[in-house]
Write a protein that binds this ligand. Structure first.
Ligand code: FES
Length: 199
């Protein structure tokens, strides 16, 4: 072995080396809901599929072109949601998955969001197919910087990518570069996301 120290704890390593609930062939699986999502910055892609009976997720599988953190966190997530009420699975946050794994390096938190997004997309798909579209909770983006059309979702992505101060946020999103009137709100939103994901 080289002298490098692994950033990951034993639990994360276990889920990465022995991922649970990997999807083989979707044609044979016949899911009740399926969600596909990607992280443009990483080029990652995640497919999450579920089977549902009487409002309970009876099975979950997934497949990804993602990194070790995406694999480990989605493996854990798939274990967590099997047997869970669909409404409760809908509310699982990436932080709960990271906690259940015993933590991930900060720089890798954004990868764990991938499985969570794909699960929510699979549940939305299930709701749509079963006349329950009213249960879908779409997170509408809120424009923070009107001049550059930067939203709270863009700020969230920047925080997950490692941004921790206004200068870096501005560099990444270009918000605040015209009239500057959005600075205070942008800082407030950025700090809320830092608190949400990292504190
Ligand atoms: S509102 Fe952000 S620069 Fe003008």
């Amino acid at each position: 072995m080289s002298g490098h120290k692994w950033l990951y704890n034993e639990n994360v390593k276990d889920h990465f080396m022995n991922p649970r609930n990997i999807l083989d062939k979707i044609e044979e699986y016949k899911p009740d809901g399926e969600g596909l999502t990607g992280n443009v910055q990483c080029g990652d892609e995640m497919l999450f599929v579920i089977k549902v009976t009487d409002g309970i997720i009876t099975d979950a599988k997934w497949k990804t072109f993602g990194c070790a953190s995406a694999i480990a966190s989605t493996s854990k997530l798939s274990e967590m949601v099997i047997g869970m009420k669909i409404e409760d699975a809908y509310k699982i946050s990436p932080q709960e998955v990271v906690k259940a794994l015993g933590g991930l390096p900060d720089k890798k938190i954004h990868c764990s969001v991938l499985g969570d997004k794909a699960l929510r997309a699979a549940i939305d798909d299930y709701y749509k197919k079963n006349n329950m579209a009213d249960k879908i909770q779409e997170k509408k983006a809120m424009v923070i910087c009107n001049c550059m059309n930067v939203t709270d979702h863009d700020i969230e992505d920047a925080v997950l990518e490692g941004v921790r101060d206004y200068d870096k946020l501005q560099e990444m999103t270009k918000l605040g570069t015209v009239c500057g009137g959005c600075k205070d709100e942008a800082i407030t939103v950025m700090n809320e996301y830092i608190k949400k994901y990292f504190e």
